[in-house]
Design a protein around this ligand. Structure first.
Ligand SMILES: O=C(O)[C@H](CS(=O)(=O)O)OP(=O)(O)O
Length: 266
């Protein structure tokens, strides 16, 4: 990509952002709720350098015409974007006692990442551990999620810390903190979509934040995370239309994160 047409000052300005993929930090996960091929192509054309994970929201993979699904899988692979279905789809398969078929279907389609969540159902800890192990054995990279989907179900620091520690010890690649599509009244967010900065500071002291991904669909949340953690924070459930805007925040190319007094700009 021709990034320096604007001059060296811009490279200095954005030098702390790792652009080349695969990235190990500053990951962006998009949630696709059923984009058609043209919208998907548009998104990939302009934003592929800034997308690391591509979630096919909830069970929409089952509703997508196979030809289109395959094109999304192929194209994301070409662009070094990891595609996976939303955790709800896994939970539905689990509810029907069909996780083996679910694993197999993902493998058949060439999907290599899987989300194991308990947003709507509960899975006994031992069984969850076995599912993670089975998924790893089948060659999947595993993302787990912490948090319930029900409104008003808040996560405490202790819950996040103990669950994330267990999952990471089990070898999962990433742990997602629930935020849903709304970012409101769920996970660590209150009814206004706000969260307590001290919780993130505490987490940063006790967990490897490069293995944690915060679902943060709202702009104000994305800004707060970037200000607290830096542009290397991993953020998920980003709407396709917001990927470029989030990247502008990460690269301090938007007023909200452009602070002329910060060291990074001198
Ligand atoms: O895609 C899913 O299954 C859900 C989407 S939402 O939380 O219902 O908005 O997210 P996930 O984090 O994968 O459970």
């Amino acid at each position: 990509m021709e990034r320096n047409i604007w001059g060296n000052w811009l490279q200095v300005h954005t030098k702390h952002r790792q652009i080349d993929k695969p990235r190990s930090t500053g990951l962006t996960m998009v949630m696709d709720k059923g984009l058609g091929m043209r919208a998907f192509d548009d998104l990939i054309e302009i934003a592929h350098p800034y997308i690391d994970f591509y979630k096919l929201g909830f069970g929409t993979a089952a509703l997508t015409p196979l030809r289109l699904l395959r094109e999304k899988i192929e194209r994301t692979e070409t662009e070094h974007i990891q595609i996976f279905p939303g955790g709800t789809f896994f939970e539905i398969a689990h509810h029907h006692k069909c996780t083996d078929q679910y694993f197999q279907a993902l493998r058949d389609q060439g999907i290599r990442w899987i989300e194991i969540s308990e947003g709507t159902i509960s899975i006994p800890p031992r069984e969850k551990r076995e599912l993670i192990r089975k998924a790893h054995k089948l060659g999947f990279s595993v993302i787990t999620e912490i948090g319930k989907k029900e409104s008003g179900s808040f996560l405490t620091m202790e819950e996040i810390h103990s669950q994330a520690t267990l999952d990471l010890e089990e070898g999962v690649q990433f742990v997602i903190i629930e935020g849903r599509e709304s970012g409101i009244d769920v996970g660590i967010y209150d009814e206004n979509g706000k969260f307590d900065s001290s919780l993130i500071r505490d987490l940063a002291n006790s967990l490897p934040l490069n293995r944690i991904m915060f679902e943060a669909p709202l702009k104000k949340q994305q800004i707060q995370y970037i200000q607290l953690v830096g542009n290397e924070v991993n953020l998920g459930n980003i709407a396709p239309t917001e990927v470029m805007a989030l990247e502008a925040l990460r690269q301090h190319l938007r007023s909200d994160t452009f602070n002329p007094n910060m060291e990074v700009y001198r």
